[in-house]
Design a protein around this ligand. Structure first.
Ligand code: ADP
Length: 424
């Protein structure tokens, strides 16, 4: 161990069992203008206690850091001029400073990162090396808004604190076991071979939900379950006995359900039309599809379901009706992929907090035998279907950060390099 500017750097991976060190795991989820982070302490052989949650938002514009304890008590609030925190590396520096102070000069034993795209190669979490970073850079065109931001803090830590092991956890990984039919588009084989496939995203969320089923809804753990991750990004996943067999997102995080600012499923001809008829550039189309569509585009009011629910503008109603309609339609598709359905689970910001959306979805699915328990639903209870409902409907809060912390510990414990062979 040695000190580095007041931080104690931890031993490199090859110096023995990292897991034997009782210390903290930092989880980072970096976006274009924010870094969300959580700190976990190891507890016993496999437990993790959440110590704090924080985020630095408004990078480059109005940077501000908020950190709360696991119980929600505010531990720190800071603001800086835009120029002082103008990039993800500078924001990361502020986070590291806070953590170093908080941990009495020590640094976490490892950092786990959310990385949106793992491509064909990464179907499990992986310990990061410079070679792995170079490989992950190749997936930037597949997730142009997320991947560069996910990689920015990884590269900074690799450069500045190389002693700290880092683990990349992929949103695509949980879906890599999809059967071939769910992995394919009807396009020439050469494109499939170069990676134009249905990947699916939000895998860390679905993996966490699958891990909760045996204790929360035991009867569903071995069943056919559809999970709707409804946040600012939204998708649905078909779980059979806890394994993903299909999902609504595909090659990129644009497909499937309408989202806050993304359109969801779209005729590819629309992209050709925009290119040829409207003369938009690829960059303009990318901006349109990632930032201007979805609930925001349809309503012309907001990408936020809270705002739309509170509005009496008919365009807000249309956007929410469309959202519910597409969830119902995709449920039919995933139920067909599963050849049955025993349970339906709502999760993420909207899924966990918007009873009106859940009720509307469940009513649209009455033909499947779903019955809403309106009182339980209104109070965000875990079980929100009636006893006589043919399909059990649950609200299960997701916890992608805990999933990342678990993977980080496991990866370090096994000293895995976790780099599978390219599939044929
Ligand atoms: P992400 O992690 O992708 O940013 P979240 O899972 O946190 O997304 O979901 C954020 C979205 O959840 C918000 O944009 C908002 O639409 C919705 N949301 C959060 N709280 C509520 C609420 N109480 N009622 C309705 N919608 C909500």
């Amino acid at each position: 161990m040695r000190d580095r500017g007041g931080f104690r750097a931890q031993p490199a991976l090859d110096t023995g069992s990292v897991v034997a060190m009782s210390d903290t795991i930092l989880v980072l989820n970096a976006g274009s203008s924010s870094i969300k982070f959580q700190l976990f302490a190891r507890n016993g052989s496999s437990g993790l206690d959440r110590l704090l949650k924080g985020q630095i938002e408004g990078i480059g514009v109005n940077p501000n850091l908020t950190v709360k304890s696991a119980a929600g008590e505010v531990l720190s609030e800071n603001r800086w001029p835009g120029a002082e925190v103008g990039s993800v590396p500078l924001a990361l520096e502020k986070v590291v400073h806070f953590l170093s102070d908080h941990l009495g000069g020590k640094l976490p034993v490892a950092v786990g990162h959310r990385v949106v795209h793992g491509g064909i190669r990464f179907s499990v979490p992986v310990i990061i090396t410079a070679e792995i970073v170079a490989e992950l850079e190749k997936f930037v065109p597949l997730a142009p808004l997320h991947q560069p931001n996910n990689l920015a803090p990884i590269k900074t830590i690799l450069e500045r604190l190389p002693e700290i092991p880092q683990v990349a956890c992929f949103d695509t990984a949980f879906h890599r076991g999809h059967p071939e039919l769910a992995d394919r588009y009807a396009i020439p084989e050469t494109l499939y071979r170069e990676g134009v496939r249905r990947y699916g995203f939000h895998g860390l969320s679905y993996e966490y939900i699958a891990s909760r089923l045996p204790s929360v809804a035991q009867q569903l753990a071995d069943g056919k379950v559809i999970v709707a991750h409804l946040g600012s990004g939204a998708s649905m996943c078909a779980l059979n006995k806890g394994r993903s067999i299909d999902s609504t997102m595909g090659f990129t995080a644009l497909d499937g359900l309408p989202m806050g600012t993304r359109p969801g499923q779209l005729d590819a001809g629309i992209v050709l039309y925009l290119l040829q008829k409207n003369g938009l550039s690829a960059t303009q189309i990318e901006r349109l599809l990632y930032n201007e569509c979805g609930l925001k585009g349809l309503s012309g009011i907001s990408n936020d379901v809270r705002v739309l629910l509170g509005s009496d503008d008919p365009r807000a109603r249309l956007a929410l009706d469309y959202f519910v309609h597409r969830i119902a339609v995709m449920t039919g598709a995933l139920a067909a992929a599963l050849e049955g359905i025993d349970g339906f689970i709502f999760t993420a910001g909207i899924g966990e907090n918007a009873p009106a959306i859940r009720e509307a979805v469940m009513k649209r699915l009455a033909w499947l035998g779903i019955e809403v328990d309106t009182q339980a639903n209104a109070s965000n209870s875990p079980l929100i279907s009636t006893k006589s409902s043919r399909i059990a409907c649950w609200v299960i809060p997701t916890d992608e950060e805990l999933m990342i912390a678990r993977h980080t510990l496991d990866c370090l414990a096994a000293h895995k390099t976790c780099v599978p062979e390219l599939p044929q």
